[in-house]
Design a binder for this molecule. Structure first.
Ligand code: ACO
Length: 377
């Protein structure tokens, strides 16, 4: 392809943002001025959501108000639950999320109100609703009744409760909440870009979110966490690692959860998730996949030495979620359930200073062809 084409838009600044800065060489990730290590240690997902939507941390009163708003928006609409009951056996969970977002948009008479205040209300609604969609989907597909959200639990603990029917302990809640914080925002990735393209046409936040969910689904992006799980599952035991990895690389396949367009060192989110994994593993009956992931990581470090290929966020999220008892096909939807905050925050920036995204394509096709009627071809 011509060098005049920025393939994959690599290295191209498509917009300016106050939301997130990444230094891929140093392995730094900053949300609106706050280092991800600090946020992972000290904040909550709700606080990070406020930060992304307002570019500052909330006061105590503001945080309580947002938590209340999120709790109020948790229940699914009757229509959404009816549709899920009807088709749960025929769709994968990312599709369930897409459908839920479209239904929420269809039922919102203010969906085309693009004022900042209304957009923030929509962002909170989408953030609150997604966990209920996924938990309801998971319960229904097992032939179980959905579990109603609980007002006395925070965003993350409530999701685990609705999903499993068991109240998570303090460590499980905290680990999941940190995983949510880590996935909330990541500058200009593929799904965020597709959300911005849709928003730039002044289409609404629901449609832009549906675009982003469709983009996140792919295995080169958010779909990688489920793919990591499948890799580790296929490897099965430590002794199989060399043969399995050699086979994959020999066939020109990529090892999922490894490599990143921006990070040329270990993704800081993988470092934090590994630490959380060790904490969970101390008491988890289900630590096998985490232990195998550690061995796989060590083997790959030796095998890929000298190449800028290191674990990314998806590498350890799979085995951490496994220890939390979450089924693997929900890993990517859970990514969306967190990233909705970053997507909507970028949309707020886009709507506030919009310019239609309309790039060019370099034409490389034929010219000056004479049209021949179909019966003469
Ligand atoms: N396993 C093996 N080799 C790899 C991998 C991998 N995971 N990733 C990149 N490479 C190799 C490529 O084959 C290529 O080798 P070559 O130069 O000999 O042809 C070289 O590294 C550079 O690869 P590119 O495709 O140019 O790198 P790019 O920046 O496009 O890749 C990507 C980034 C898509 C994430 C890639 O590393 C990948 O496919 N990783 C696996 C999927 C994954 O984990 N995705 C999640 C990313 S994080 C996220 O989206 C949340």
């Amino acid at each position: 392809m011509s060098e005049a084409v920025a393939r994959g838009l690599e290295g191209v600044n498509v917009t300016a943002t106050k939301l997130c800065r990444i230094d891929g060489l140093k392995g730094e990730l900053i949300y609106s001025g706050y280092n991800i290590y600090d946020l992972a240690e000290k904040s909550t997902f709700e606080e990070v959501a406020f930060l992304l939507w307002n570019l500052r941390l909330p006061s105590k009163t503001e945080l309580a108000a947002l938590e209340k708003e999120l709790r109020a928006e948790r229940p699914l609409s009757d229509l959404n639950e009816r549709v899920l009951r009807e088709i749960v056996g025929q769709i994968r969970p990312m599709r369930a999320l897409e459908i839920a977002v479209i239904i929420a948009g269809a039922l919102d008479s203010k969906s085309s109100d693009l004022t900042n205040v209304q957009l923030k209300t929509t962002a909170a609604l989408l953030t609150a609703r997604m966990p209920t969609v996924l938990a309801t989907y998971h319960r229904l597909r097992q032939g179980l009744d959905p579990i109603a959200p609980r007002d006395d639990l925070g965003h993350s603990a409530n999701f685990l409760w609705m999903l499993t029917g068991r109240e998570p302990n303090a460590l499980e809640s905290r680990v999941f909440d940190v995983a949510m914080i880590l996935h909330a925002e990541h500058e200009m990735n593929a799904s965020t870009f597709s959300a911005l393209v849709t928003a730039s046409t002044l289409s609404d936040m629901y449609s832009a979110t549906a675009s982003a969910i469709g983009t996140l689904k792919g295995p080169l992006h958010g779909g990688a966490n489920e793919a990591v799980y499948k890799t580790v599952e296929a490897i099965g035991v430590e002794a199989n690692i060399p043969t399995h990895v050699e086979g994959m690389l020999g066939r020109g396949e990529r090892v999922m959860g490894i490599g990143h367009r921006v990070y040329k060192t270990t993704d800081p989110r993988a470092i934090i998730l590994e630490k959380l994994g060790h904490q969970l593993a101390e008491t988890s009956p289900d630590r096998k996949y985490f232990d195998l992931s550690l061995k796989l990581r060590d083997y790959l470090a030796r095998k890929l030495e000298g190449k800028p290929l290191y674990p990314n966020v998806d590498f350890f999220s799979a085995s951490v979620y496994k220890m939390l008892g979450i089924p693997s096909d929900l890993y990517t939807p859970i990514f969306a359930m967190s990233r909705i905050t970053g997507w909507t925050a970028h949309m707020l920036e886009q709507y506030a200073d919009n310019r239609l995204v309309r790039p060019n394509a370099l034409y490389e096709g034929a010219d000056n062809r004479a049209y021949v009627p179909v019966e003469k071809r």
